[in-house]
Ligand binder design. Structure first.
Ligand code: ADP
Ligand code: MG
Length: 264
């Protein structure tokens, strides 16, 4: 199989917990690949290693044939990988336009920021990438959670990534907002962008993803093709047993009494 990204034998321990244990993870070009597992399975840790935020204890990462070692987050970004992290930060008193172009503001020949151009381009970018029609002079603090997330996505897409990672993006979103996010992701796939979609929600994976890699307790359990599997089979892989077997029926044969209480 052709791969754009390959992570091999990734290990990472935190004090008292082996967050990742020999994880292999390979992503094909142009697919939406789910990284699925219960809370604490190690999904965010794996992605933070890819982002250059954590150093793995061991393992290798290859992206488009290049081995990535000890790269800083901006070097990862320069190679065309973008991240929508689970814990997002923003500066509340910044405008949407300032947030989008932070560090790469369009400038006049004098070196001063070209504000009119910045806001004009911000408006264009927001509507063309995430379909958001808001005044880019609005302060971040005044946006809804969903709007802030779309601004964050537009900010990442401005760097023209060929791979985008979404870490549990739907947590704070309503059903309508989730469908809007999904259409943004489907649009990315149409444009040939590869997507890693992290979630612990099965229904989302079956709506959106081509393949899924399942993590459990820091280990890779399997990679499955979504069209060729069922939610029940995936749950079994995620939790390591079938839900209805959580309280197994035991057939017991009574033996001799071990305690008798009479005349209480
Ligand atoms: P997931 O994203 O699948 O919910 P995480 O990757 O966040 O899981 O966490 C995997 C395990 O590593 C958990 O047991 C978590 O408590 C632990 N962990 C994650 N980040 C840290 C950290 N910075 N320091 C200590 N332990 C961490
Ligand atoms: Mg997480």
């Amino acid at each position: 199989m052709e791969t754009v990204l390959e992570m091999r034998g990734i290990c990472k321990a935190f004090p008292g917990v082996q967050a990742l244990d020999q994880v292999d993870f390979a992503v094909a070009p142009g697919e939406v690949h789910a990284l699925l597992g219960e809370n604490g399975a190690g999904k965010s840790t794996l992605i933070k290693i890819l982002a250059g935020l954590y150093t793995p204890d061991s393992g290798e990462i290859f992206f488009r044939g290049e081995r990535l070692t000890r790269l800083k987050p901006d070097q990862i970004q320069a190679r065309g990988i973008g991240f929508i992290h689970q814990e997002r930060t923003y500066i509340p008193y910044f405008t949407v336009g300032e947030t989008l172009f932070l560090g790469r503001e369009p400038r006049r020949r004098t070196g001063l920021i070209h504000w009119r151009r910045l806001y004009r381009e911000a408006e264009e970018v927001l509507s063309s990438t995430v379909g958001l029609a808001i005044d880019p002079r609005t302060r971040m603090a005044q946006l809804t959670v969903s709007e802030r997330q779309l601004v964050d996505i537009a900010r990442v897409l401005l760097t023209r990534p060929s791979l985008v990672v979404f870490d549990e993006p739907t947590g704070p979103l309503s059903e309508g907002e989730i469908q809007r996010l999904f259409s943004v992701i489907r649009h990315l796939r149409q444009q040939g962008v590869t997507v890693i979609y992290i979630s612990h929600r099965l229904d989302e994976i079956f709506q959106l993803c081509d393949r899924a890699t399942i993590l459990k307790d820091g280990r890779k359990v399997a990679t499955v093709s979504v069209a060729e599997t069922s939610p029940e089979a995936v749950v079994r892989l995620m939790v390591g047993r079938e839900l209805k077997e959580q309280f197994p029926k035991l057939s017991l044969t009574p033996g001799e009494p071990v305690l008798e209480v009479t005349g209480l």
